[in-house]
Design a protein around this ligand. Structure first.
Ligand code: TYD
Length: 133
């Protein structure tokens, strides 16, 4: 079974500034269908609070820092993202939310699917039913 994990992305260090890379099906295990980003998050707010039936995602803190709380129905883990060369890979069937956003943080999310509200599970009891099926 696939699980959430941090993927170390390439980092090309340079006195002129560093550079990192994501190639689909190389640095991440899926084809990228969509990119979205979360920014201007007011202090104390959180995002997410849902799971996906099918889509896989990778989350990168392009700027600043935040925590991603992941829950597979049995245990919770917190991944603190604070480097733009770490990608958090999230397979489908994982409840997640993002919290503790620093000022000016920027969360980039790469998704394996186009947006589909039908793919969301927005109720935690429904999520538990879904994963225990
Ligand atoms: P949602 O994924 O619920 O936000 P978060 O989990 O980060 O709190 O999305 C918020 C709103 O934006 C929701 O009405 C759906 C819409 N949305 C799109 O239309 N397309 C997208 O690709 C995404 C990610 C969200």
């Amino acid at each position: 079974m696939k699980k959430p994990e941090i993927i170390n992305l390439p980092k090309i260090e340079d006195p002129r500034g560093n550079l990192s890379i994501i190639e689909e099906e190389n640095h991440i295990p899926f084809k990228i269908a969509r990119v979205y980003w979360i920014y201007d998050v007011p202090g104390g707010q959180y995002r997410g609070g849902h799971a996906f039936k099918e889509q896989h995602e990778m989350i990168v803190a392009l700027s600043g820092s935040f925590d991603v709380v992941v829950d597979n129905g049995i245990m919770k883990q917190i991944f603190s993202l604070n480097r733009s060369y770490y990608g958090l890979y999230l397979p489908s069937g994982i409840w997640r939310y993002l919290q503790n956003f620093s000022t000016n943080s920027l969360a980039m999310v790469l998704s394996s699917s186009k947006f589909s509200e039908e793919d969301y599970i927005r109720s935690y009891p429904e999520f538990l039913k879904f994963i225990l099926k």
